[in-house]
Design a binder for this molecule. Structure first.
Ligand code: BTN
Length: 258
């Protein structure tokens, strides 16, 4: 999907993205801003003010991008950061939603992109994209996606060994359209079948399958050690430990290779 970049990428524009959409055509309402604090936060306000499911807010820069576990999300100058408001059917629990979104992003980004539970996207064991899902009212979710594109020198020093960036495509509009199409397709499957309908595809991209890992429930706590055996139909992590198989449901843990 990515095309090596030799020039500055085209700025994203809603009117350029619209004709490039396939499955997402007519189901996405894209808003682009030059700068905001956090697209997740601003979309939360838009949802409260009545924004419809399918509203997308993309910012060229975020001054207070939010990451998982209360962390700051660093956005490089060519990176993509956007949030999607989506309403799930009343009878569909969000269990496994963040894994489903990770799968959509991985499949859209790169044939070799892999998934680290619950929802980091890796290339060669380094993070290229992250996802933060927050709930808005009544079955509505804010799905925030940040993708590292461009120069790895753009990454802060502390991330240089754990993160990487995809070559920035010459046309970020086409990349965004492709991502939105994939997100809509996966959300449609998730709405009908839940994560169970996507489990095999997630498993096929699992970065840590059968690898020895440490699971930390909080910084400095004694790690739970085991072999990563993939995920079940609810998206829970299966960890084979000396005392037996354990399923881990909380995404608020840190998973590291031993
Ligand atoms: C992570 O820590 O891995 C999650 C990172 C999520 C970052 C994205 S960028 C767009 C959206 N707006 C935010 O403030 N955060 C998410």
């Amino acid at each position: 999907m990515t095309v090596a970049n030799t020039t500055a990428p085209q700025p994203i524009q809603a009117e350029t993205v619209a004709p490039l959409l396939g499955a997402a055509a007519g189901r996405i309402d894209l808003h682009v801003v030059a700068e905001c604090d956090s697209t997740n936060l601003q979309l939360q306000y838009m949802a409260k003010a009545g924004a419809a499911s399918g509203t997308v807010l993309l910012a060229e820069r975020q001054t207070a991008g939010r990451g998982r576990r209360g962390r700051h999300w660093h956005q490089g100058s060519h990176s993509l950061a956007f949030s999607l408001l989506w309403r799930l059917p009343d009878d569909r629990a969000p269990t496994g939603l963040s894994l489903a979104i990770g799968l959509a992003v991985a499949e859209a980004l790169h044939a070799d992109a892999r998934l680290k539970w619950p929802n980091d996207i890796l290339l060669n064991d380094r993070k290229i994209a992250g996802i933060l899902i927050e709930s808005a009212a009544a079955q509505r979710y804010i799905i925030g996606i940040g993708i590292n594109l461009g120069d790895t020198d753009d990454l802060p020093t502390e991330l240089q060994h754990t993160a990487t960036a995809l070559d920035a495509p010459t046309d970020n509009n086409a990349l965004l359209a492709h991502l939105l199409d994939q997100l809509v397709l996966i959300l449609d499957t998730f709405s009908v079948q839940g994560f169970a309908g996507l489990q095999a595809r997630w498993q096929a991209r699992h970065a840590y399958q059968d690898r020895a890992v440490n699971l930390l429930f909080s910084e400095g706590s004694t790690p739970l050690q085991g072999l990563c055996r993939g995920v079940d139909s609810q998206g829970e992590l299966l960890l084979e430990t000396p005392t037996g198989m354990q399923s881990i449901s909380s995404g608020e843990v840190s998973l590291r290779l031993q």
